[in-house]
Design a protein around this ligand. Structure first.
Ligand SMILES: [Zn+2]
Length: 205
């Protein structure tokens, strides 16, 4: 906690004064163009990997970057997404999974979830990823299977999005585009799902 308080002290004395005008504007309101749905994992820092600024990204985070289907108990996730799309009118919605995701590891090793009832319950939203898993064999390495399952989960959550009528309408009207991303912690690289190619390809060549 001491580190956090010291960090905030440095923010107030060093970072804030140099951006006073920016924060002055931000205090009046927000108009982010992008909703970024990603995992709660501490190693994903959206503003760092995308070099974005305060006010750029509306962010929804939860274990496994899950988007429950319409009609399911969803806690704050559905409300956050609905607000971003219907009120803030974001133009892009990105669902971003990542390497070494604990939720995907849990999906691969459910026997390790003894006593974690809430996690077990949450995993039901991720389980359909098994059905999206194409071209991966059981003899493939754990790393390969983990990556394939994580990417499959991104597709599941993109599909779940479509079950919400207002998302369907917004994409049909062309005012919202949905993107599926995969972030690799080791290389720092992002891959995006290419619908025509039917696979994830580098975001930056
Ligand atoms: Zn994760």
């Amino acid at each position: 906690m001491k580190r956090l308080i010291e960090g905030h002290r440095r923010f107030l004395t060093e970072a804030f004064p140099t951006r006073r005008d920016q924060f002055h504007l931000l205090a009046e309101g927000q108009a982010p163009e992008t909703l970024f749905v990603t995992c709660a994992d501490s190693r994903i820092v959206p503003d760092l990997i995308l070099q974005t600024q305060p006010g750029d990204l509306f962010i929804c985070r939860n274990a496994g970057n899950v988007i429950p289907r319409a009609g399911e108990p969803a806690g704050g996730v559905s409300a956050t997404i609905e607000y971003a799309v219907q009120v803030l009118r974001v133009r892009h919605l990105i669902v971003c999974g990542h390497s070494d995701c604990g939720v995907i590891r849990a999906l691969m090793n459910p026997e390790r979830l003894e006593g974690l009832d809430s996690v077990k319950d949450w995993l039901q939203h991720v389980e359909p990823a098994w059905r999206y898993l194409g071209g991966v064999e059981s003899q493939d390495s754990e790393l390969t299977r983990h990556q394939a399952l994580t990417q499959a989960n991104v597709l599941v959550q993109m599909d779940n999005l479509k079950s919400h009528g207002y998302i369907h309408a917004a994409t049909a009207e062309g005012r919202l585009r949905v993107h599926g991303w995969y972030y690799d912690i080791l290389s720092g690289r992002i891959e995006c799902f290419d619908e025509q190619a039917g696979k994830f390809v580098p975001l930056v060549g």
